[in-house]
Ligand binder design. Structure first.
Ligand code: ATP
Ligand code: MG
Length: 288
């Protein structure tokens, strides 16, 4: 066996440009308490270019969150390799993670929730405070430093979670249905804000969503997953910079939407675990 080469520091907080993400032959299974085995991710090969915005869509249970946790380094694959830039993924501020349910620390102020990601990085108090303030300004929360999560609306909490993920200037931003629990107006405003932030900082983004519209609005590329595998890899050439109202007016938009939606509907109807399983009979007979 050869000695392992020095590993480049994936935790370098000075990184602000997106890094590529590479999955090569990645599989992950879970064994439940009763011994039942679930193949959550199956032989995924996926190469995401630096600064690309990729949406991941597919029925519930198809392995989207598992793929994200593998990219974050929180989970180890059973087989295959994952690389962020040239290094294996390692949890830390260089990889920003945003979850659906915010995961803020209730007894910490907004400032301390956001600054948490930079603790132990040797910044003095003033520097840390300034960094947090600048980040809060970027997500539209200037002046909210001293508030606590319980004093904020859902949209504001999600902005705090976004600020926390962005403050380490991550080269990679992993987002797991981040806007799913927001009301429709807040969601649309957050989508536009995220686009503006991404255009400024250009991290590489892997964004899980159940919404075809959200995927089309945000992404350069939509990956459709089903049964743990990548089923489709669809480039989105809608012009940028994109904003929600303009994107929907593009002629290409409705075609892409129709295509993606019918693909996902078929996957859901063919999934025995879905409440909609077998609800309609496909005209072309059964797929494989
Ligand atoms: N820790 C775990 N232990 C056992 N099984 C798990 C675990 N995590 C995920 N699974 C199973 O792996 C499969 C994929 O789960 P995953 O959470 O990745 O799906 P998902 O596509 O994110 O679904 P959703 O859209 O509902 O969030 C599911 O069958 C799930 O039950
Ligand atoms: Mg999930």
């Amino acid at each position: 066996m050869s000695p392992s080469p020095p590993v480049p520091d994936a935790g370098d907080t000075s990184t602000s440009r997106g890094r590529g993400i590479r999955f090569a032959g990645v599989s992950k299974a879970f064994i439940a308490g009763n011994g039942a085995r679930t193949s959550a991710v199956r032989e995924v090969d996926l190469e995401i270019a630096e600064q690309q915005f990729v949406a991941l869509i597919g029925p519930s249970g198809c392995g989207k969150s598992t793929l994200l946790r593998l990219a974050d380094g929180l989970l180890e694959p059973d087989t295959g390799r994952i690389a962020i830039g040239d290094a294996p993924p390692r949890p830390g501020p260089a990889i920003g993670m945003v979850f659906q349910n915010f995961r803020l620390i209730p007894w910490r102020s907004v400032r301390d929730n956001v600054g948490f990601a930079l603790e132990g990085r040797g910044l003095d108090g003033t520097e840390l405070k300034q960094r947090v303030q600048a980040q809060l300004e970027q997500v539209g929360l200037a002046g909210w430093d001293d508030h606590y999560p319980a004093q904020l609306s859902g949209g504001m909490r999600q902005r705090v979670a976004l600020a926390r993920a962005l403050i380490g200037r991550p080269g990679v931003l992993l987002m797991d249905e981040p806007f799913a629990s927001l009301d429709a107006q807040t969601r649309e405003l957050m989508q536009d804000d995220l686009l503006a932030l991404w255009e400024r900082q250009r991290p590489t983004v892997l964004f899980v969503t159940h919404s075809v519209d959200e995927a089309l609005l945000l992404a350069d590329r939509v990956i459709v997953m089903g049964g743990g595998a990548v089923l489709e890899d669809l480039p989105i050439h809608l012009p940028r910079p994109r904003r929600s109202t303009d994107a929907r007016r593009a002629a290409e938009y409705s075609q892409l939407r129709e295509h993606l939606w019918s693909r996902i509907r078929d996957l859901v109807l063919a999934d025995p675990a879905s409440a909609f399983f077998g609800r309609h009979v496909q005209a072309d007979g059964e797929g494989g």
